[in-house]
Design a protein around this ligand. Structure first.
Ligand code: AMP
Ligand code: MG
Length: 273
């Protein structure tokens, strides 16, 4: 595969490093422009995802878990819609995590997460995740500080366990600016077909923008690990966001080198009548 101009390595949060989100440009486009070249890159990475997913499914022994986190309007839904267009739905499972139900609240925060972990052979997509339990839960003070603080370590252990059991983990923070969020909220308000997505409650969260950025920064710093790195995706430009996510997934799937299962017995002499 020849090198092109899309370089995503710089968006990885180096394990153990500090994160200051003000220094990560949400408007970055990696020197690329919207249009034909970008469309071609995306199409090629979607192809790569498709080919590797087929093998992952045919292998049936490992899985990939893709975690998407973002501020409201950050583009989680749009990313799923535009990046997974080529994958076979049979081998794909999307889970959207909402505010926990009464039953979920009566369990440990990882309980509902465990149940949604992909099966071997699948790509699992989390639209929000266990990270909400150190984000909204922190900002909204839904549990005492020592409880959410203890979760960083528990999350790291949980994700290590996933990786050890054959489930690779990729985590994307879709990073938008506060101005871009304003535009997107206004667009939702102005469009009859997008109104269903407008949630008045999101405005209260927007008021706490800085607290959320701080909570995200700490989650990214504490939980970017060798086994499950965080990728900070510049997300003000939707087309570039899609490129970065698709590339990271294609690379990860190919690096896993999935190999279709071979039959345990010799089938070469079989005749179908
Ligand atoms: P949406 O993604 O727009 O459908 O919104 C889902 C809502 O669920 C967001 O406001 C999240 O903050 C909220 N949510 C998700 N997980 C949790 C959690 N563990 N605790 C509290 N709220 C949550
Ligand atoms: Mg929402």
């Amino acid at each position: 595969m020849g090198r092109d101009r899309l370089d995503i390595d710089r968006y990885r949060v180096v394990p153990g490093s500090k994160v200051n989100l003000a220094k990560w440009d949400p408007d970055d486009s990696g020197g690329l422009a919207k249009g034909k070249e970008a469309d071609k890159l995306l199409a090629r990475d979607i192809e790569r995802m498709f080919a590797a997913q087929e093998k992952l499914y045919a292998e049936g022994r490992r899985a990939l878990l893709v975690i998407l986190q973002a501020m409201d309007t950050g583009g989680k839904d749009g990313t799923i819609k535009n990046v997974f267009t080529g994958v076979n739905p049979t081998g794909c499972r999307v889970t959207s995590f909402k505010a926990p139900s009464e039953e979920e609240l009566a369990h440990d925060f990882l309980w509902r997460i465990q149940k949604a972990v992909p099966r071997y052979g699948e790509i699992g997509i989390f639209n929000r995740s266990h990270y909400e339990d150190v984000l909204v839960v922190r900002v909204r003070e839904l549990v005492p500080e020592p409880v959410w603080r203890g979760r960083y370590e528990r999350i790291n252990r949980f994700e290590k366990d996933l990786v050890d059991s054959g489930i690779q983990v990729l985590k994307f923070f879709l990073h938008i600016s506060k101005d871009e969020q304003k535009k997107r909220l206004e667009a939702r308000l102005a469009d009859k077909n997008k109104l269903w997505k407008f949630n008045v409650g999101d405005l209260a969260e927007r008021k706490r923008w800085d607290e959320y950025q701080k909570a995200y920064a700490e989650a990214l710093a504490r939980c970017s690990t060798e086994w499950a790195p965080w990728i900070v995706v510049p997300a003000d430009r939707k087309w570039y966001r899609n490129l970065v996510v698709a590339r990271a997934i294609a690379e990860k799937l190919e690096a896993m080198k999935p190999t279709p299962r071979q039959p345990s017995e010799d089938l070469s002499a079989l005749v179908i009548e």
